[in-house]
Ligand binder design. Structure first.
Ligand code: GSH
Length: 200
């Protein structure tokens, strides 16, 4: 297997944090997003959407979507478990993962991309959409904060892939000037999660 990634990007961090949590080492190639290496015809053979990360499997096929890559690696290395064991647990973890991705990670990314114009060389930038997205992200964080007032982690008393994605999203948001770590419960939870060695 071979990982193509940009380790500082949020989705790159999702896979690298997961690898550290699992104690897995993989050969990897850093893709220079700024230089548009992910937009070449050659790269798009691996992922037609031109995004990182991509995992090349031993049979020469490719997986993209960071959560899909993590799920595949969990199948190969089941312990420790981050995707749940019973049907119910797996469904609850997936529910929270999708809530984080769709309601927070996407708006944070849209706010970053449309307010800063970071990728204006490759996409249309709409600053007003960036501002709306930043507001959507703030509203979503309030909901996660309320939930974490009654739950140690997103899914009860166990740390999962959903917590990894939320912590990485909040770290990225702060780095790009969207500090969403302002409410009591989410701050408590964030300290707990980012105190793990995989986040060091
Ligand atoms: N849903 C995808 C999102 C991948 C994604 O958006 N990756 C970003 C880095 S965080 C990227 O490749 N950006 C480069 C670009 O937009 O040109 C996943 O989970 O892997």
């Amino acid at each position: 297997m071979h990982l193509y990634t940009q380790s500082l990007s949020p989705n790159g961090q999702r896979v690298s944090t997961f690898l550290r949590e699992k104690g897995i080492e993989l050969p990897m190639t850093e893709i220079n997003l700024r230089a548009g290496e992910n937009l070449s015809d050659e790269y798009r053979q691996m992922n037609p959407f031109g995004r990182v990360p991509v995992l090349e499997l031993d049979d020469g096929s490719y997986l993209s979507e960071s959560q899909t890559i993590c799920r595949y690696l969990e199948g190969l290395h089941p312990d420790p478990n981050f995707f749940g064991t019973t049907d119910e647990e797996q469904a609850i973890i997936e529910m929270w993962s999708r809530r984080v991705e769709l309601n927070l990670m996407m708006p944070v990314a849209q706010a970053f991309r449309n307010i800063t114009g970071f990728f204006k060389d490759r996409e249309k930038v709409v600053p007003e959409w960036g501002e709306v997205s930043a507001e959507v992200a703030r509203d979503a964080v309030a909901i996660f904060n309320d939930h974490l007032g009654t739950s140690e982690y997103l899914t009860g008393n166990r740390y999962t892939i959903a917590d990894m994605t939320l912590a990485i999203t909040l770290n990225f948001a702060k780095e790009v000037g969207q500090d969403l770590l302002t409410s009591e419960h989410i701050v408590r939870w964030h300290k707990l999660v980012t105190g793990r060695p995989a986040f060091a």
